[in-house]
Design a protein around this ligand. Sequence first.
Ligand SMILES: Cc1ncc(COP(=O)(O)O)c(C=O)c1O
Length: 512
Amino acid sequence: MGIRFNLLRRAGSFPRFFDIIEKIGYNILKVNYMNQNNAPIIEGILKYILEDFKSFHVPGHQGGKEVDGLLKLLLKQPLKADLTEIHGLDNLHAPRGMIREAQEIAAEAFGAAETFFLVNGSTAGLMAMINAVCRPGEKIILPRSAHQGAFGAIITSGAVPVYIPEGFSGSRWEYTNMTVGQIEQALEENPEARAVLVNNPTYFGVCSDLNEIRRITTERGVLLLVDEAHGGHLSFHHGLPAGAAEAGADMWVQSTHKTLGSLTQSAMLHLGGEKVDRQRLKHMLSVFQSTSPSYLLLASLDAARRQMAQKGKELLGNILLLAEEARSRLEQLGFGLIPPKQGEFKLDITKLAFFTDRFRESGEEAAFILRRSGKVEPEMYGKDYILVLLTLGHNEEDLAALINAARSLREWLTLKTFKKKEPEDVSYLHPVSPQLLTPREAVNLPTEIISLDRAAGRISSQMVNIYPPGIPLLVPGEIITSEIIEYILREKNVHPGIESGMEGLNKIIVVK
Ligand SMILES: Cc1ncc(COP(=O)(O)O)c(C=O)c1O
């Protein structure tokens, strides 16, 4: 546009006139241009830092309050340390030097036969782990409440999921995990299954009896895989429930960044023994991981391991004391808590879900107050709960801030005067739709995009997720029922993290 005006101007006709037209044209067009001086992400992060919230969420180092000394040193020059695979710095996909050594030391510290560093989170670990063991048509037993990364792996591998309806049969799915009996029954009905995937601990800290699950999977010659994204700390303190290493799992993934002191997105995949084909696993790792791994992330994994090996037990001992104290204070204030032990489940008490169901206000409203007036940023909240995490970076001062905020919150909440009716509990359940096709079939058949409110009876070809916790509301291959549509539309109004990629959830991809 500018060039054309310039040509006309140079031609000498009505120069002032064209100047004016150009200016108007530019001003009209300008509204369609983005402002290239803006940097929305940087500005957003800086603004958030200025708000100075007390963090009770991931990552575990809590703004750098508890990180290994060497990592602190390295992060004094973060841009110089932002390196990748160049001469002398080894190669994540074929480690022979420093990465290999760091992984070997980590394997010993985490009780594994071999450890692989991950730069794409546990999500990449789940992809590699499941694709390494399941070929198209092979069955994997897993909870329907597994993380979306596990479903991504099921789509890519072509595995056939056998769901354990864990969590969807009780009154609150948050309280439960898979029982040994459920797995035994699934193995009885699917003796040809290749693997069992346990999600341990759940986001809420509920741990299954992994030792017993290991016993029955070994008896039947089935691989035991564990999504230990939230449990990187478990094997470092005897006061915590048994983790995958202790139970002798075949493979497990840990989001080191969630509970330990590494940088966001850094994670580990551990191999427990000889039953998994290592070459295939390594191949899958190179399929699902970046060829330009960030050395800051790799260094932070090295640091998190060093920190845990040197003083993990002491740090976790302190956190467990803080968690006990927090539990008793929250209980005194009238909030419900998940019991430390229920039947065969044990609780990782560093995950602190407190329930607001005795009050008139919802968990979402309570979280709003906690953030607004208490300046406390929780990990997650839902209809009737707030979840805060206590990690290595927390201290007594943080505990005092949390309890003060909870006390103010309690003053604001109003006790219900009537007893809650049973049917209300049912609405906590995310209604699980019947599975008609495998996820891979549903993704690969011809599809069309239709309005969500007219999708009842159709088969979904996409996942609809809420993050956190990242449990899909719909998995490809499931029938879209009117209940799940209603649920999605309701959640859409209260949950900021609902994801589907489809025009604000008004549309959905379905099998034609
Ligand atoms: C149970 C579970 N597994 C896996 C993941 C993925 O972990 P990452 O964010 O490290 O990719 C998450 C993340 O929240 C999770 O909750």
